[in-house]
Write a protein that binds this ligand. Sequence first.
Ligand SMILES: O=C(O)/C=C/C(=O)CC(=O)CC(=O)O
Ligand SMILES: [Ca+2]
Ligand SMILES: [Mg+2]
Length: 411
Amino acid sequence: MTTWLDVPDDHLYGVDNLPYGVFSTAADPTRRVGVRIGDLVLDAGAVAAIGREAGLVGDGPDLAAVWQTPSLNAFLALGRPAWTTARAWLSEILRDEAHREGVSPHLHPLDDVTLHLPVEVADYVDFYASEDHASNVGKIFRPDNAALPPNWKHLPIGYHGRAGTVVVSGTDVVRPTGQRKGPNDPAPVFGPSIRLDIEAELGYVVGGATALGTRVSVDEAGDHLFGVVILNDWSARDIQAWEYVPLGPFLGKSFATSVSAWVTPLEALESARTALPGQSDPQVLPYLRGDAFGLDVHVEVTLNGTVVSRPEHAGMYWSPAQMLAHLTVNGASIRDGDLFGSGTISGPSRETRGSLLELTWNGTEPLMLDDGRTRGFLEDGDTVTMTAWAPGPRGARIGLGEVTGTIRPAV
Ligand SMILES: O=C(O)/C=C/C(=O)CC(=O)CC(=O)O
Ligand SMILES: [Ca+2]
Ligand SMILES: [Mg+2]
């Protein structure tokens, strides 16, 4: 073991992972930044305060002050050099036995903490980067058109979502109510959605704010991409299908977006970097070229305990660095705490589709669950949980936590 803690190197949350979150305890309900190691949570600000007093932290930003805040935003504002220094310091105090005495009092069992939304989400955008997903939805929603829209391979398509309704894993989701109109209905009807769905995605957390009128290139994107969450873009397909032309998704997706409580730093995913599956035909425009790495992240989706899908993020056509370059190519600034979703992660085979819309082909091919019941779309009381892992150093796996949510009846 390379840590003095009782955490083996091949633990999903071993010393090579060190994801960040926001937690509180019954004894101290103050929300503050924590770092997960094994099944423990390190009170990062408390330990940084001691380190500073002991002269261990050195010069640079006051991490104690930055981490004793109720979100990761102040830390996100520091940017890449400070993120790297902070991670190196955390790694050192968890590896070097000399720090056992000072650090131990600031470790809390995971079971004793409450996890909160890790980021005060600034702007939220959702992309559409899986070719299989985009083709499947095209066939289902627009059967008379080409499966992929003509712009799809030239730019990463996205829509602006609702930052204020991004919720942390474990938050119940109230079934949305709204308008829908089936192709054969004479007029729209109003009521609870009857086609409530999920979308398995990764979310990218952004920091190192930029000025209005500047761009972030593909090669600079790594300075702003702080880390990754698992994201469920809950989607009311009936509301969506009726409202989305011509301005895109709106109320069908804005009622809730769930994210995992742990933000996995990009540095923990070094071993997961992979080449993109291919952008040679057509060539993308120069501003979308550069070190546009993909990420080999394996997702698993369960519905009421039955595994319904295993999407593979490595198959995504567009990369997070390209998405960030595209988001800013018009001079739009980025803010600390910006979040963008990868888009639904779907692969070519049925068992890798990231939404029920695709898994059940718009409800026409219901799924059989382990309890013998079937599902087209979600029913009240259903629980959806997504977990993910990525390859880590020396053959170990990096756990990305989980995002779970249970459907409550419409109000
Ligand atoms: O193709 C459409 O009209 C709609 C697609 C989506 O609902 C997907 C969306 O949110 C983007 C994504 O997750 O890939
Ligand atoms: Ca989505
Ligand atoms: Mg959403």
